[in-house]
Design a binder for this molecule. Structure first.
Ligand SMILES: *[C@@H]1O[C@H](CO)[C@@H](O)[C@H](O)[C@H]1NC(C)=O
Length: 387
């Protein structure tokens, strides 16, 4: 019953958008990074509509939040083709930003943002601005490289999901002990609405980028690998650009795990050039995740599909990229996912492509370029080359 308003809103959204869809400003690659501002953008004319209090109140009440978009994608529209889910989610975002009625529940301050260093038995938390607590802690090994995981919005959708992503990554890296693992649970700070998360992803990404500049000054071996899931991929992309803007150097590697698509301004999303090497794993193509190739190397397990084998809904699919990556981190599983470079899934399926098989995930070599295809199992272990 609680979805009746949401459905009403969807109809309303589509109707109004078909009358007057706001045009997104195309921004070319060469344009400078937009200035971050954690405020909703203004659209001329929306003021008029806000004069009708009953209307904006209605919209405010029924616009779904991130959790509801997830829930909606998962349950209410189960059985609906994923293209339809994607279409509606995007319409909701479009209309929501058009009316400018979505105010953040909680506007983060830079001082609120923290990241955490995970080591054997301890977790050290530090303000994003100042990584010295990490560097001074026993858990930090200055001789090792640094991997930083940035989560998207999962932790606000369900504590369980957020914990799963962080926990599984932490366990996998612990078996390896070749990197310092730092987690920035951005989901805690990009809460409230997805559209709002978009605007704040830019701001949070710039704060992170500046923090990386500080961090790299304090360690001798600043080989940094950023991993972003979902909206986290947008955040690390922005951070990589900011880092380059400030230092003239590049972050060594950025891995995007099913980078988020809906509601996000494509011009701020992760793309090649944000780091020396950008690799991407797509598992919910065209719905909650991006479909088009954006990195130096883009991996399409099972092709550009909305649902990988073993997933019945798009939420499961959106998290599969994390599961694949985590599996590849485990020692001995580096080559579980071997992929072949190919122009399209059809060519792959008809065995038109040959060439060297490249590991997807942790061990992807930084020289690979192009789109890669492979198949996966429906259940763990997902890699078909696992022993
Ligand atoms: C750090 O990363 C570089 C580049 O991938 C690698 O060559 C080096 O062995 C790594 N260092 C350690 C201590 O693992």
């Amino acid at each position: 019953m609680r979805f009746i308003p949401v459905i009403l809103f969807l109809l309303l959204a589509v109707l109004s958008l078909s009358l007057c869809e706001p045009r997104a400003k195309a921004r070319s690659r060469a344009d400078p990074l937009p200035v971050a501002r954690p405020v909703p953008f203004n659209f001329p004319g929306k003021g008029l509509w806000n004069l009708i209090p009953s209307f904006s109140d209605l919209v405010r009440k029924v616009v779904p939040g991130a959790g509801e978009i997830f829930f909606l994608s998962k349950n209410v529209l189960a059985g609906t083709p994923s293209k339809v889910v994607s279409y509606y989610v995007n319409k909701v975002c479009g209309i929501a930003s058009y009316w400018n009625v979505l105010k953040p529940n909680y506007a983060p301050q830079e001082a609120d943002l923290h990241w955490e260093l995970y080591s054997d038995n301890s977790v050290v938390s530090a303000p994003l601005k100042d990584p010295s607590p990490f560097i001074e802690s026993k858990g930090f090994n200055p001789d090792l490289n640094i991997t930083i995981l940035v989560t998207g919005w999962e932790s606000l959708v369900s504590d369980k999901l957020g914990e799963d992503v962080i926990d599984s990554m932490r366990k996998a890296y612990r078996q390896r002990e070749t990197e310092n693992l730092i987690v920035f649970d951005a989901g805690r700070f990009v809460n409230s609405l997805y559209r709002w998360a978009t605007l704040n992803a830019l701001w949070v990404g710039e704060v992170l980028g500046n923090a990386l500049v500080h961090l790299s000054k304090k360690v001798n071996n600043p080989r940094i690998h950023l991993i972003g899931h979902s909206v986290g991929a947008t955040i690390v992309g922005v951070a990589g650009r900011r880092y380059h803007g400030s230092t003239g150097e590049y972050i060594s590697r950025i891995t995007g795990l099913d980078p988020a698509m809906p509601c996000l301004d494509a011009s701020i999303g992760l793309r090649k050039g944000d780091a020396t090497f950008v690799d991407v794993i797509h598992t919910n193509s065209g719905v909650l995740g991006k479909r088009e190739p954006i990195g130096d190397a883009d991996f399409y397990p099972n092709g550009p599909v909305a649902l990988p084998p073993g997933c019945l809904n798009v939420v499961c699919a959106h998290f599969r990229a994390v599961s694949y990556y985590v599996e590849s981190v485990q020692p001995g599983s580096e080559d579980n996912f071997l992929a072949i470079r190919c122009g399209s899934i059809d060519e792959y399926n008809t065995k038109k492509c040959s060439g060297k098989r490249i590991p997807m995930g942790y061990s992807t070599p930084s020289y690979v370029r192009g789109t890669y295809y492979l198949e996966t199992n429906a259940k763990s272990p997902y890699g078909q080359n696992s022993v």
